[in-house]
Design a protein around this ligand. Structure first.
Ligand code: NAP
Length: 263
């Protein structure tokens, strides 16, 4: 589906990783004619991302640690000053620590909550101050782990369940300001974040997916572009699951096995 975001300004956190979901979202919005700001930790990675994206349109990088309140205020303020509007804001930055809960240091727990969950509160609060007059759309990166945790990454799942809950509450609280708040739920998308787990157990992961293939960052970007668009104007507090039907039933490989048996 083609979208037209001409005249709109879109900010995306965690978008400097060229193989990542945030980068693909930035590309999709640029191809749809938005002016885009990408926000990430590392200045060099941001520059590389901007260099790769600028052929598609008006893009600028902003160094930001989404978990630091003072940075959030300053940097989102600078983004607003550059455009005098923020129409769409996408809380996408995240980390995925792999550690059984009883082995986890409380500092790692705090970092997971701060980067994945508190950041959504901090960034949304700041963006709200610029969106409250004219309305807008906020999208949050939830996860399949928002719905069902995995042993070995419990802190991540708890943070993403928090994102799910926060999205619903924000949707209700910001509705009178004509701000829609929605989210996307990636299943297993091949990015830097999932590189290790995919290398370790690709077959197991794929066997839980009805479509029997891993997702691409572009699949999530297409869902984000739809959720932020006027085509989705009655959607708030909504999530699009971009998972190829991950665990849509307890035995998602049933029909595949049956077909193989018949062959
Ligand atoms: P990714 O490739 O690792 O990208 C995440 C980006 O966020 C990286 O550029 C990372 O920078 C940045 N980041 C980390 N901490 C930050 C901070 N404090 N401030 C600003 N930026 C920060 O991950 P992804 O797979 O694209 O995931 C994007 C989002 O989707 C995440 O929220 C993730 O939890 C969610 N998600 C992904 C999947 C999947 O299958 N890939 C599944 C479910 C949910 P560094 O590289 O410098 O750390």
């Amino acid at each position: 589906m083609g979208f037209d975001y001409s005249g709109k300004t879109v900010g995306i956190t965690g978008a400097a990783s060229i193989k990542g979901i945030g980068f693909a979202i930035a590309k999709k919005f640029l191809q749809s004619h938005a002016a885009v700001g990408i926000f990430d930790l590392d200045k060099n990675a941001l520059q590389q991302a901007v260099d790769a994206l600028k052929v598609f349109g008006n893009v600028k990088g902003y160094v930001l640690d989404v978990s630091k309140e003072s940075d959030v205020k300053k940097v989102i303020g600078a983004f607003y000053e550059d455009h005098k509007a923020i129409d769409v804001w996408i809380n996408n930055a995240g980390i995925y620590p792999q550690c059984p809960l009883m082995d986890m240091e409380s500092s790692a727990w705090d970092m997971t909550m701060n980067v994945n969950l508190k950041s959504v509160f901090l960034c949304t609060k700041e963006v709200f101050s610029y969106m409250r007059e004219d309305g807008g759309v906020i999208l949050n990166a939830a996860s399949y782990a928002s719905l069902i945790s995995s042993a070995g990454s419990g802190a991540y799942a708890a943070s993403k369940s928090g994102v799910y809950s926060l999205t619903k509450t924000l949707a209700a609280e910001l509705a009178p300001y004509h701000i829609r708040v929605n989210g996307f739920i990636p299943g297993v998308i091949e990015t830097g974040m999932t590189q290790e787990v995919v290398a370790e157990r690709k077959d197991t992961l794929v066997s839980a997916i009805a479509l029997r293939e891993l997702g691409r960052p572009e699949d999530v970007a297409n869902a984000a572009a739809f959720l932020a668009s006027s085509e989705a104007s009655y959607l708030t507090a909504a999530f699009i699951e971009v998972s190829g039907g991950k665990l849509c039933v307890q035995n998602p490989d049933f029909a595949w096995k049956k077909m193989e048996d018949m062959a």
